[in-house]
Every structure is written in C-alpha cells, then in structure tokens.
Design a protein around this ligand. Structure first.
Ligand SMILES: [Zn+2]
Length: 208
C-alpha cells in the first residue's frame, strides 16, 4: 500500500510493476481469488461419470470454465475502466493476479495529489501552509484550484473498490460457467448414448 495525499484527503492505493516496462509501478488492484465454492453434488456426480468415461474430462471442463470466467471478467473490467475514462487495463503478476492501469504510474498518481495540494484559489501557498493557517485570504481554509486532480483520485478509489468486489464474485461466476460446461458435456454424452442404443435397436430390427 502506498499513501497518496491530496491536502486533507488520504488515499491508500496499491502499485505493481508490470506491463511492457517493468521499471514502472502502475496503479494496481489485487484480483486474486482465494475462496472457491463447492460444486453441487449433482454436478460433482456428472463430472465424475464424464471423467470416468473419458479421461481428463474434468481438467478440460474446469479449464474451459475458468477461461470463460477470465474472459468475461476482463471484458467487463476493460469496459468499466473506459466508462470511468481511466484508459486501458492490463493483467500482470503470477496467474494474472493483478490488474494495472497503464496511464496511472505511481509518479502520475502522486502528481495528482501534489498538484491538488500545491494550488490555492486565493493565494500562492499550498495546502501545508494553509494547514498552518497561512492563507492571506482565508486564514485556515484551503481551496484547491485543482479540483479535477482530487476527482481523479476519487475515481481511482471507486474503481479499485468495485474491481476488488467484482473479483470476489469471480468464483461464483466460475461455478455457473462450470455447471453450464458440465450440462453441455452431459447432454452430448446422453445424446451419444441414445444414438448408440437407437443404432443397436435399428440393427436388431433389421435382422428380424
Ligand atoms: Zn490560499
């Protein structure tokens, strides 16, 4: 966690090295998932049957469901960042456990706080001087003329909060995707079985 100050406002943000330029730290959100819900018994049974019929079915279906989940989630996160005008998102870190915003390096975010702090609508003194009661016009009241810097920091804060909350839902989305993958595979298996028994029946009727 890095503390970003903008006058009396304090933000706890995370930064992570990544992207094409590993020398830079970017505004980051931890999107790792830790708790995984259990598959309902009915689905566990189907998955076991399918896996017994064809080896590695479990791994394949689980991987597909995970890929589906990742794709959907990153599409959403990309759209959400665009909606807030935060530019492009990238994944970085081991197993893509971090989301980073390429337009927001640690220096760029610090600059937002600094520009807010250093500009007063009424005088040349920054926030620190105002905190000491040194504004010529309003002795204790600091009014930054860089309100947009503070707005940007608040937007980053909102983005981080919603991204993190949404990442916490990913395991549930994964379960939904896995169930749908199992249902499809199960339907294929049932259809194949029926096709086979129909085939046997018609073969039998042909001989009688
Ligand atoms: Zn002032």
């Amino acid at each position: 966690m890095d503390e970003i100050r903008a006058g009396e406002h304090v933000f706890d943000f995370e930064f992570h090295k990544g992207g094409n330029n590993h020398g830079y730290s970017y505004f980051a959100v931890n999107v790792k998932n830790h708790r995984w819900p259990d598959l309902p018994k009915k689905y566990e049974y189907k998955l076991e049957r399918l896996d017994a019929i064809k080896h590695e079915t479990r791994e394949i279906l689980e991987r597909w469901a995970w890929d589906d989940t990742q794709e959907q989630w990153w599409d959403w996160a990309t759209d959400y960042a665009q909606q807030l005008h935060l530019g492009k998102v990238y994944s970085t870190g081991r197993s893509s456990g971090w989301l980073i915003l390429h337009e927001y390096t640690l220096d760029a975010v610090r600059y937002l706080g600094d520009s807010y702090e250093s500009s007063c609508k009424h005088c040349d003194n920054g926030w620190t001087e105002h905190a000491k009661g040194q504004c010529l016009f309003l002795p204790t009241r600091f009014l930054s003329c860089e309100e947009s810097s503070l707005e940007s920091l608040k937007t980053l804060q909102l983005f981080a909060k919603n991204i993190r909350e949404s990442a916490d839902y990913a395991p549930k989305d994964y379960l939904v995707n896995l169930r749908s993958r199992i249902d499809d595979a199960w339907a294929d298996y049932q259809a194949a079985k029926k096709g086979k028994s129909d085939g046997v029946r018609s073969a039998n009727s042909a001989t009688t």
